[in-house]
Design a binder for this molecule. Structure first.
Ligand code: CTP
Length: 412
């Protein structure tokens, strides 16, 4: 089950005439997966590219396209529709539509709705690169953004007309991400969150290392959720094969010592630190400069304790709100509580690990513990779990006395 997006929940999706209209089908699907209600409104030109039936099936609502459709108007009049929306998103937005919007025209249903709504308006332009670069379009875009219309893209790349340049509609996934960022302008807005994720590698010789089974998926999901909640995110990552979530700063490291240095390099102005990395507890006393040869039947390794990054952050004089993770095979709550106290944490997220639990899986469950409280987050996808986890981090951050919170800015 997906966590419903907090806002905007009711999205009026305007589709105008352009070949990118076919991508809007995917956009509708993604928005609905996030729990949004989507009402599609098409311009006459849009219906020539994709049939309204496609969007009706995907949105689960009859598509609106005529200003003079009596039956539809009787069900929900255009002014009611304009009020219904939490957000008006026009994707794709053609050059003609931007011009009409800038001119304040009310010559079709979509333009009329845009004029009549109090909801924020976002546009994702899509057109040929020369149309996008044309002075008339530039002036229209400047007028619109000056009035507070939010611009999404356009992207640069190969176009349906065979040319290459700026003018492609932003990919549906990127549009949804941008909405998340705006929606999140709240819980962690204005805060800097440093997150460590993934395993570390402690080299034994030039070709071997000691590591663990962490995939980094949970930490990356937490980083994306923190970004969606409006935070500026620095992600310090051990070696993982995961793409960097858009819009955050990633610092790649290998060893526990490098992670320690990177975290402390980034923590200066951090408000929250989340140690989601599986950091080596022990590291080889020395790393052989050449490959260790198989000369004896038995090989003993000499290891020493690696510095504890989490404990060092919580011991800082100006410490951020400090959150740890505890991956345990047994007595999960007892061990996690021990770490909460021993490392002076504000919150700890514990999970059971074992042969097929947690590592390199798409889902997870977490037990959250803090001084005087606990909450169990049930098994769900790591993305959904991360969102719930971040919501609780924000709540605890606000309720922990020494952490001052900046006022929450209004949504878009
Ligand atoms: N951690 C850290 N630096 C280390 C080791 C761990 O910052 N060198 C952090 C992890 O990122 C995690 C938390 O500490 O947030 C829990 O790590 P864990 O290794 O499980 O805790 P330990 O105190 O080492 O306890 P134990 O080895 O007994 O499980």
């Amino acid at each position: 089950m997906t966590t419903p997006i907090a806002a905007p929940r009711r999205i009026l999706l305007g589709i105008t005439g352009g070949i990118a209209a076919y991508k809007s089908a995917d956009l509708v699907r993604r928005l609905r997966q996030q729990g949004a209600e989507v009402q599609v409104v098409m311009t006459d030109a849009a219906t020539r590219f994709v049939t309204p039936l496609t969007f009706q099936a995907l949105s689960g609502r009859p598509v609106r396209y005529g200003l003079w459709d009596e039956a539809a108007e009787a069900a929900m009049g255009h002014i009611e529709l304009a009020r219904w929306a939490d957000l008006v998103l026009v994707a794709p937005a053609s050059a003609d539509f931007l011009a009409r919007l800038a001119a304040g025209r009310a010559d079709d249903l979509l333009a009329t709705l845009c004029l009549a709504t109090e909801a924020p308006i976002w546009v994702a332009p899509a057109m040929n690169r020369l149309m996008w670069a044309n002075a008339a379009t530039c002036a229209n875009v400047a007028t619109l953004t000056g009035r507070g219309v939010q611009l999404l893209g356009p992207d640069c790349g190969s176009q349906a007309c065979g040319e290459t340049g700026p003018g492609r509609m932003l990919e549906p996934a990127a549009i949804v991400e941008a909405l998340h960022a705006a929606e999140g302008a709240g819980a962690l807005a204005g805060l800097h969150v440093v997150i460590s994720a993934g395993p570390t590698r402690e080299p034994l010789d030039p070709v071997r290392f000691i590591s663990n089974r962490s995939s980094g998926k949970m930490g990356f999901a937490v980083a994306a959720a923190a970004r969606d909640a409006g935070a500026r995110v620095t992600l310090v990552s051990g070696p993982v094969s995961l793409p960097t979530p858009a819009g955050l700063r990633r610092i790649d490291v290998e060893t526990a010592a490098q992670m320690y240095a990177a975290v402390h390099g980034a923590i200066g102005d951090a408000d929250i630190y989340i140690g989601a990395a599986a950091v080596a507890d022990y590291t080889p006393t020395c790393c052989a400069s050449q490959k260790i040869k198989k000369t004896s039947d038995c090989l003993e390794l000499s290891l020493h304790k690696a510095a504890d990054i989490l404990a060092s952050v919580s011991a800082l004089e100006r410490r951020p709100f400090t959150v740890g993770f505890a991956a345990e095979t047994n007595d999960v709550e007892r061990h996690a509580l021990g770490k909460l106290v021993r490392k002076h944490l504000d919150l700890i997220a514990a999970n059971e690990v074992g042969t097929d639990r947690a590592f390199d899986r798409e889902d997870n469950a977490l037990l959250l513990l803090w001084p005087g409280g606990r909450r169990q987050l049930e098994l769900k996808s790591k993305a959904d779990l991360a969102r719930e986890f971040i919501a609780l981090v924000a709540e605890r951050y606000r309720e922990t006395p020494r952490c001052a919170v900046s006022p929450v800015p209004a949504l878009v």
